[in-house]
Design a protein around this ligand. Structure first.
Ligand SMILES: Cc1cc2nc3c(=O)[nH]c(=O)nc-3n(C[C@H](O)[C@H](O)[C@H](O)COP(=O)(O)OP(=O)(O)OC[C@H]3O[C@@H](n4cnc5c(N)ncnc54)[C@H](O)[C@@H]3O)c2cc1C
Length: 499
């Protein structure tokens, strides 16, 4: 039996491993950490559970193409309960609230009523949402693959893509932030600004919003940790082996062919290697997996314009029942504040009070994420010895703003935790702690980087970095795609239909 080593037990690694196993390979996953999931994680502190990744899942709707992949990999099953909060997001500007409803007609009516001076813009936005909602991200098979169960034909998507393609030209030229700025209503602007990073192009904004409006983009009960646990079970039940605390130091490349991996405790020979660690980190000059680093035009492009998304993440365990507050709320700050030179004038907060098991009885778990490129700031803070103090001070600033907005939490914060890009770098091995890729206006390549790089045989790449903007669906589908290349190269039938 052909042996495959997969580097990383995140979503991409588990997906690649499961599909490779189902296709008849012997698979070992090497994971640097003591637990699986990578960025797809959550953690417990003092009786509270904090969801650290999935806030919405593309493919949660049973009729979406990616749903099939989540089911084949075991992440979702008939018993998975999907929570589709409606409204998905609330913006609160001094008591004036705007809601992102999941029904486009209701959304249109609500926003037109809220801001009559924005009616033409609201109507245009909702028309675009309807166009984009009709198109799903297709699931495809690579050319020349022998497969047990084919991916659905692209023809169905084909006719619906035309109106979207016509709009993509215009929307691709402006950022989501610029698009939001066109609205007079602050409440509407804040809704839009919180759907995607404001630096993304407006195409990404519409692809994202339209997922919620097509009954997709739900939260899976039990969160990311549950999904990962299910995938690990599918992998190990099928005969796969995961080695934890097994950091790969180097991929063995001999005469243009990948032949295994080197760990601190020895080597694992293999017929093929699938790298699902962040591609940018995996091929870095210092601390990377290749000696010398791979030199390929697509990798050079990736390094030249990495467009990193990263965040500083705040977790609060609050001794108050906040079930009466919306699950996801954004609000402007009366007292804006500066963080690494950037002025922040609004905050968004996720409230898990409605979820069972996330907090002790009568208490609530809250999280806040500030998305900005703060890696350099935190790195310097660590080097100069004020990292811990910097975290405490920033936490205090954020808490003060939250307490001003939600008086019920005042002096009730029992648990405080903060993750910076250095935390993500340490625990997930990602490049500068980044876990997604921005797709800004203009230049942007939405097309995937290759899962199979030219130049080295039997070596494959998968993971969030392989297809901007990344995220869970990209991780799971690129894992699948890497396994398809593997099958084609080894003359195996791709096993996708067994679950
Ligand atoms: C706060 C936050 C919110 C998010 N929200 C969403 C969301 O709502 N929806 C969504 O779709 N996505 C979301 N994401 C993004 C999503 O979680 C990631 O894009 C996805 O989990 C990436 O999976 P991956 O398998 O590609 O990579 P990773 O999760 O980075 O997995 C790579 C694995 O490789 C391991 N590894 C690295 N180097 C080595 C080595 N040398 N040897 C062995 N193992 C190694 C790492 O430890 C890790 O386990 C969010 C992420 C964060 C952090």
């Amino acid at each position: 039996m052909n042996k495959v080593v997969v580097i990383g037990a995140g979503i991409a690694g588990l997906s690649a491993g499961i599909y490779a196993l189902k296709s008849g390979f012997e698979v070992t996953i090497c994971e640097a950490c003591g637990s699986p999931g990578g960025n797809c994680t959550g953690w417990r502190r003092g009786g509270y559970f904090f969801e650290g990744s999935m806030h919405w899942l593309n493919g949660s709707a049973p009729d979406s193409p990616i749903n099939r992949v989540w089911r084949e990999t075991g992440a979702l099953s008939d018993t998975s309960r999907i929570i589709n909060h409606d409204p998905f997001l609330t913006s609160d500007c001094g008591g004036r609230q705007a809601y992102l409803y999941r029904d486009v007609d209701r959304l249109e009516q609500h926003l037109c009523g809220l801001s009559p001076e924005d009616i033409p813009l609201v109507k245009g936005m909702c028309a675009d949402i309807r166009r984009f909602a009709a198109v799903d991200i297709p699931l495809t098979d690579i050319f020349g693959l022998k497969v047990r169960k084919k991916a659905p034909s692209l023809l169905k998507t084909g006719t619906r893509i035309l109106p979207v393609a016509l709009r993509m030209g215009a929307l691709g030229k402006i950022s989501a932030g610029e698009y939001a700025g066109r609205f007079r209503s602050q409440a509407i602007r804040l809704l839009i600004l919180n759907m995607v990073n404001p630096g993304y192009d407006a195409v990404s904004l519409f692809f994202t919003i339209s997922r919620f409006l097509s009954k997709d983009g739900g939260y899976v009960e039990g969160g990311t940790v549950n999904m990962v646990r299910n995938m690990v079970k599918r992998f190990t039940d099928s005969g796969g082996v995961i080695r934890y605390n097994a950091r790969v130091k180097r991929v063995i490349v001999d005469r243009g062919r990948a032949g295994g991996v080197v760990l601190a405790e020895g080597t694992i020979p293999a017929d093929a290697v699938i790298v699902t660690a962040d591609t940018l980190a995996a091929n870095a000059v210092s601390g990377g997996l290749f000696s010398p680093p791979l030199r390929m035009p697509w990798l050079e492009k990736m390094y030249k314009n990495p467009q990193l998304i990263m965040n500083t993440f705040f977790c609060l365990g609050v001794e108050a029942d906040l079930a009466g507050l919306p699950p996801y709320i954004v609000f402007p700050l009366e007292k804006p504040f500066k963080f690494h030179g950037r002025e922040l004038n609004y905050l968004a907060c996720r409230n898990y009070a409605g979820y069972s098991g996330y907090a002790p009885e009568g208490c609530s778990a809250l999280t806040v994420s500030i998305s900005s490129d703060s890696y350099g700031y935190w790195k310097l803070a660590r080097e100069r010895g004020y990292y811990e103090q910097g975290k405490r001070e920033l936490f205090g600033t954020v808490l003060e703003r939250l307490e001003a907005q939600f008086p019920a939490i005042r002096n009730r914060t029992a648990v405080r935790d903060i993750a910076t890009p250095l935390t993500y770098e340490k625990y997930c091995g990602t490049y500068r702690g980044s876990w997604m890729t921005k797709t800004p206006p203009g230049n942007h390549r939405r097309f995937p980087y290759p899962c199979k790089p030219g130049g080295v045989k039997n070596l494959y790449f998968a993971g969030q970095r392989i297809q901007p903007p990344g995220g869970l669906p990209v991780a799971v589908t690129t894992g699948r795609r890497a396994a398809q290349y593997l099958c084609r190269d080894f003359g195996m039938v791709f096993g996708s239909d067994i679950y």
